[in-house]
Design a binder for this molecule. Structure first.
Ligand SMILES: Cc1ncc(COP(=O)(O)O)c(C=O)c1O
Length: 388
């Protein structure tokens, strides 16, 4: 039997698969599970976007290889990005991706040589570390301040900053729900310039900010385009996660490197999806209504959990509640216990890196009534087994 490669051996089997298998077993035994483990939006795309997709699939000419993104898609992204106070050249500063995951998993391969250091958020979205390891790079955890949820560069030894070639950031953050400020990003740009570190910013939750906040694009900071690229996606912003369409914007040279790698990997996105994405980017979407829905869900879950004696911080952004486990319970054991005994699936914080331990992540992917029901199940479990 052929063995998996040494590179692949560095990656652990995903915890999401373990949760999904256990959930399937529980459901097969006749019990139901409220699943808050995966950040897949349950809200639909706008009706006119679904209509564009439906029309597209009836065009017999739409079924060939797309090869590259349509020029109109790049123009639509450039137009959309003006809302973040960023001007983009559609020809050279935008690259279409099969979801931002496509780019996040391949960019390190196009930039990093074996043995080179990459600064990563810990806790952070798992593909960052996996992609660095697959490229042979060495991940170095960025210390994140527990209150501000911003990186603390002063805690990184100077020799690490001197040797680091790349830094990956994600604001608004999965899983911590941290939100960047302009001054935080100004410091990032200064550090990047001083130490010659290229910055990859994942902006997938750019429209999921609440309480009157606005998300800041790293590219809106003067000088950022010289040292950074930014990922974004239609998955969360337009509820199109299953369509697999996203994009990379910013530094031309780096966009060119990823374009070159991708030209060897894929033949582009199904054209009707590209047309639906263009429709989404260029027509009105009810962002205010969407924010209201997520705020109401957040309040329903956090207020109910707090009323049952588990105080959780209300996130100012994203679709995630990032909570310290009660009585410091180990995150994996606590998550499995909630799944098996309370019928609620949450993600153990350790899945996001060593500093995620002691936390769980709950996704606001169902309506407020269901979230209250989940909190009630958790509350009963806590009263019986944990807090009582
Ligand atoms: C922070 C972050 N980045 C990227 C992604 C991947 O999104 P996409 O659907 O664009 O591949 C996700 C998905 O959950 C995410 O949470």
């Amino acid at each position: 039997m052929i063995e998996q490669s040494i590179r692949l051996q560095q990656l652990e089997d995903g915890v999401f698969q373990e949760l999904a298998l256990e959930k399937r077993r529980i459901v097969a035994s006749g019990r139901d599970v409220i699943d808050l483990s995966v950040g897949s939006p349950d809200l639909p795309p706008s009706p006119h976007v679904m209509e564009a997709l439906a029309q597209g699939v009836t065009d017999p000419n739409a079924y060939g290889y797309a090869i590259t993104g349509l020029a109109e898609f790049n123009e639509a992204v450039a137009q959309f990005y003006k809302r973040y106070h960023v001007n983009l050249d559609p020809g050279t500063e935008v690259l279409q991706l099969m979801g931002s995951q496509d780019g996040l998993s391949h960019l390190a391969l196009s930039l990093i040589n074996p043995g080179e250091t990459v600064l990563l958020p810990d806790p952070g979205y798992p593909i960052y570390e996996a992609s660095v390891r697959l490229a042979g790079g060495i991940p170095y955890p960025l210390p994140i301040n527990e209150d501000t949820l911003h990186p603390n560069f002063s805690l990184i030894p100077d020799d690490v900053l001197q040797s680091a070639r790349l830094m990956i950031l994600n604001y608004p953050s999965n899983p911590t729900a941290g939100v960047a400020t302009r001054s935080m990003f100004e410091e990032v740009v200064r550090v990047a310039q001083t130490y010659d570190i290229f910055v990859i910013h994942d902006f997938a939750y750019s429209e999921m900010v609440y309480d009157g906040l606005e998300a800041v694009s790293l590219l809106s900071i003067p000088g950022a385009k010289d040292i950074a690229v930014e990922f974004n996606s239609l998955s969360k912003t337009f509820n199109m996660a299953g369509c697999r369409v996203g994009y990379l914007v910013g530094n031309k040279a780096v966009i060119g490197h990823l374009r070159k790698l991708k030209s060897h990997i894929d033949y582009g996105i199904f054209l009707p999806i590209q047309h639906a994405a263009i429709t989404a980017l260029t027509t009105d979407h009810d962002f205010a209504g969407q924010r209201q829905i997520y705020t109401a869900r957040r309040d329903a879950l956090c207020d109910a959990l707090t009323s049952y004696g588990w105080e959780v911080r209300k996130p100012a952004a994203t679709m995630f509640v990032w909570a310290k486990t009660p009585n410091n319970r180990p995150s994996h054991a606590f998550a499995m216990e909630l799944l098996r005994e309370a019928g609620v699936a949450v993600t153990p914080g350790a899945a996001f890196g060593p500093r995620g331990e002691g936390h769980v992540r709950m996704a606001l992917v169902t309506d407020a009534a269901n979230l209250r029901a989940a909190a009630e199940r958790i509350g009963q479990h806590l009263a019986a087994k944990v807090l009582g």
